[in-house]
Design a protein around this ligand. Structure first.
Ligand code: ANZ
Ligand code: ZN
Length: 818
């Protein structure tokens, strides 16, 4: 049988697209612009099955929109700073750039072979000087606005990687990468003040509700974690400043029987009495070994120490002891709480363990928390609560107590966010240097824009090995510099930026690659953005997507962009798993993308990815069949080989049934692709292939114009998934290259109407009319159609119909009155 040669087709069309610059947008305003963005890859080795799936999805959208007549921009680049390159460099006694750029070249070749409709002219790498120069320039803008600052804080520290870890890089108390137990360290670190944008990040979410998956928005909302409540001031004997607590239940203030502060915060250090200090210090050591997750778990056994001091409850003047306990976190709220054991389970567990008083101030369900050990929460009737007694709901209680506290200057209503500032310092080499010098005279001085980039020094091999400080610190010549302000001796900041900084603005740079006056040309961004479709893994649902939204808002406030949200639609593809489990070395269930492609070809692998199920679902490679995909593609190809008419033939002369199938398929596949239901679109294409084959074999033959019409559409529909075979088909059909440059057809609705039959209308037993009606017509519609017919009207001559006898759809008999 006739077959397409997959390897030859791959090489031929890759070369054609490259030469033709098929996928370079016109950007001349002749077509509506659409920006399709794939999350850019990290260059760790070659592309794998996960990449193959994600990029296949993005390519369906990109190719489909091109065929629909949009001017599509579909760029690619590399997120090329990061730890793996550094670790590889230490092992190989080489420079991280070597590993990085070698891997990039490998991935470039694989991307090209994979047939993606990418505009290669926009390619960027975040580790290139001309890219990170602008990352530093952006840092300077953040710094000027007070959005980049340094502070001392305890950070998660990986003793093996010798680096700070973000909270999300700590999984079950262990380093995400090397699985070592994470400890805490106090360091002076750079932060971005994302908390300034917490409310806006929430407020703009409705703009994303139509285009983003609900669960991603929910995760972001949770992460931002907005709580309404109050700050309440408790005075402390012998201390000028009161201690302010954050509470979501100021209405339970009469039930506050002790206070708790975070053991690792400054307040605890300051409050603890000499007598209690030894116990406190011992406790603090223990706390440092506990992870944030453990600390926040309600299951965690309560621990703590009394600090030796008391505070005064502002509403009833009672003295309450101040404790330090690890269930209070230093960096949430004020790092201090009023404990209301009757109505907060953690406080109750703590009170019961340490014998502290429990006072019920809300009757929620008649139970007594002191007896049951279960705190009661929610609305209830206030008891023992002074001005609140008599009220029965939380909203009124909160309003009244806040009003009272505010009038007495003892508190204020407030909103608190769980979101923390973004810790961006990394004590690693292979990242974007923080463009700041430290001068003894001038302090912290940002490197002026015209002196950017601050280039990485040339360190390699063992010079990069972790020492607990940034490897950059060992590059003495680099560290010692002059102060841009006073010209005196100064030292460079030796931290590099979290790579999430690099990936927070790459999609802007794609709009004007090579732009030398700024990170991007605002005019180009205005033309192309917001991104019409973003595609990438759900593992980025929180951090990357929140950070890039934050960056966009800052850029907007800088006047560089004019929109609030940079990405209108988001698709999170599922994972490729094997035998029901994530692929892993230890399970030995990995599937090699290169081998799959060698065996079945790019087209079949891509088709398998798309056809396996809805884009969001995981694909179990053990349950799909790339071999069957290839067989199907060969079947489709043979249709093109069988077409015996010339391009431009008059389709209207073709087989009516096949034409109907084709036009129905056009309508449905268009809707399915618009709706992101790619797998169903493939299934419909398969049906059309079968119908076409049947028409050819049942006598109409390959010369029937309807066959050409069907096969042309099959080639177009297939081209968004399996582009090589589609190009081969298009060529066989005698069409000019390439199918990627063709135009998506419009269906003729008249051809898709359902079957009609001839309905006979009788009046007093005589045939008076014949009407073409749908085969499934209702009696009501049949009568209406009959009464609208001229011959029937003439015959009735104004008489009323008193009886209808229907044998639908063939016959309708009317009996007129006198
Ligand atoms: C008194 C109280 C009484 C509380 C009551 C709750 C129930 P969300 O909703 O997550 O914002 N809290 C405040 N700061 C804390 C910190 N740094 N570490 C641990 N817990 C902290 O939680 C706010 C509530 O969590 C606050 O309201 C406070 O306990 C506690 F019946 O104050 B509440
Ligand atoms: Zn200076």
């Amino acid at each position: 049988a006739v077959q397409y040669d997959k390897v030859q087709a791959q090489e031929k069309w890759q070369a054609f697209w490259e030469e033709d610059e098929t996928f370079r947008p016109l950007d001349d305003g002749s077509r509506e612009r659409r920006y399709v963005l794939d999350m850019f890859p990290y260059p760790s080795g070659d592309l794998h099955m996960g990449h193959a799936e994600a990029y296949a999805m993005g390519d369906v959208v990109s190719r489909y929109w091109r065929l629909r007549g949009f001017d599509v921009m579909h760029p690619i680049g590399w997120d090329s700073f990061g730890l793996p390159a550094e670790n590889a460099a230490i092992k190989a006694d080489a420079h991280p750039a070597t590993w990085t750029y070698n891997n990039i070249e490998t991935q470039v070749r694989s991307f090209k072979r994979y047939g993606l409709s990418l505009d290669w002219s926009r390619r960027l790498h975040t580790s290139d000087e001309e890219y990170y120069r602008w990352t530093q320039w952006l840092f300077n803008r953040f710094y000027e606005r007070g959005l980049a600052y340094r502070k001392d804080s305890f950070v998660n520290w990986c003793p093996t990687d010798q680096t700070v870890l973000a909270n999300e890089q700590v999984i079950d108390g262990r380093c995400e990468r090397c699985k070592s137990e994470v400890t805490k360290r106090k360091l002076n670190q750079w932060y971005f003040k994302i908390t300034d944008y917490a409310q806006q990040l929430l407020d703009d979410m409705p703009l994303l509700e139509d285009g983003w998956p609900d669960h991603v928005l929910a995760m972001q909302r949770n992460w931002i974690g907005r709580s309404e409540g109050a700050h309440v001031d408790f005075t402390v004997e012998g201390r000028e400043q009161p201690i302010t607590v954050f509470t979501t239940r100021p209405d339970t203030l009469f039930g506050a029987t002790f206070m708790v502060v975070a053991p690792d915060g400054e307040l605890a250090q300051e409050l603890v009495t000499g007598e209690q200090r030894p116990a406190f210090e011992a406790y603090l050591e223990q706390v440092k070994k506990t992870t944030e997750i453990q600390r926040q778990s309600t299951e965690n056994e309560k621990t703590g120490v009394w600090l030796g001091v008391h505070a005064t409850n502002p509403v009833n003047g009672e003295l309450v002891p101040i404790w330090a306990a690890d269930y209070v976190l230093a960096d949430y709220g004020t790092g201090a709480i009023m404990a209301v054991p009757a109505h907060d389970q953690r406080d109750l567990d703590f009170a019961r363990k340490f014998g502290l008083p429990v006072r019920t101030v809300l009757d929620v369900d008649g139970t007594n928390p002191e007896e049951t050990g279960v705190a009661t929460v929610g609305d209830g009737a206030y008891l023992n609560s002074g001005i609140l007694d008599g009220l029965t709901d939380k909203a009124s209680g909160v309003a009244r107590i806040v009003e009272r506290l505010e009038s007495e200057g003892k508190g204020t209503g407030t909103v608190q966010f769980r979101l923390r500032d973004w810790l961006l310092s990394r004590q690693r080499f292979w990242g974007c240097p923080i463009p700041v010098v430290h001068c003894e005279t001038c302090g912290e001085v940002p490197v002026p824009d015209d002196q950017l980039p601050v280039r990485l020094p040339d360190l390699r091999g063992s010079a990069l090995a972790p020492k607990g400080t940034s490897p950059l610190a060992s590059a003495t010549d680099w560290v010692n510099t002059t102060c841009p302000t006073c010209g005196g001796a100064a030292k460079r900041d030796t931290d590099t930026m979290d790579t999430f900084v690099d990936s927070s603005w790459y999609f802007f740079r794609y709009c004007s690659p090579g732009y030398a006056e700024g990170p991007f040309n605002p005019d180009d961004v205005a033309r192309w953005m917001p991104v019409a479709q973003y595609v990438g893994g759900v593992e980025h649902a929180i951090l990357h997507l929140l950070y890039m939204r934050f960056f966009s808002k800052v850029l907007r406030d800088l006047g560089l962009v004019s929109f609030d949200e940079p990405m209108l639609r988001l698709l999170n593809q599922g994972q490729v798993i094997n035998e029901g489990k994530a692929m892993s070395k230890s399970l030995g269930n990995g599937v090699d993308l290169g081998k799959q492609i060698d065996e079945f070809g790019v087209d079949a692998v891509r088709l398998t990815m798309i056809f396996a199920g809805p884009p969001e679902d995981d694909i179990d490679w053990a349950e799909v069949s790339p071999g069957s995909s290839l067989k199907f593609l060969q079947r489709a190809y043979r249709l093109a080989a069988d077409v015996a008419s010339q391009p431009g033939v008059d389709y209207s002369q073709g087989d009516a049934q096949l034409r109907k199938a084709t036009h129905k398929a056009i309508i449905e596949i268009t809707q399915l692709l618009d709706g992101g239901r790619f797998n169903v679109a493939v299934a419909r294409t398969m049906e059309l292939v079968n119908a076409t084959r049947k028409t050819i074999d049942s006598g109409a033959g390959g010369a029937d114009p309807a066959v050409r019409e069907a096969v042309e559409f099959v080639a177009q529909a297939l081209s968004v998934v399996s582009p090589y075979v589609a190009e081969e088909m298009w060529e066989l059909l005698g069409q000019p290259p390439s199918v990627a440059n063709s135009t998506w057809p419009t269906a003729d609705p008249a051809l898709t109407l359902d079957d009609t039959v001839t309905m006979v209308v009788q009046i007093q037993g005589k045939i008076r009319g014949k009407l073409e009606v749908p085969a499934d017509i209702t009696e009501e519609d049949a009568l209406a159609a009959a009464l609208a017919d001229e011959a029937v009207q003439r015959s009735l001559a104004g008489r009323e119909v008193v009886k209808v006898i229907a044998r639908l759809p063939k016959m309708l008999s009317l009996v007129p009155g006198k």
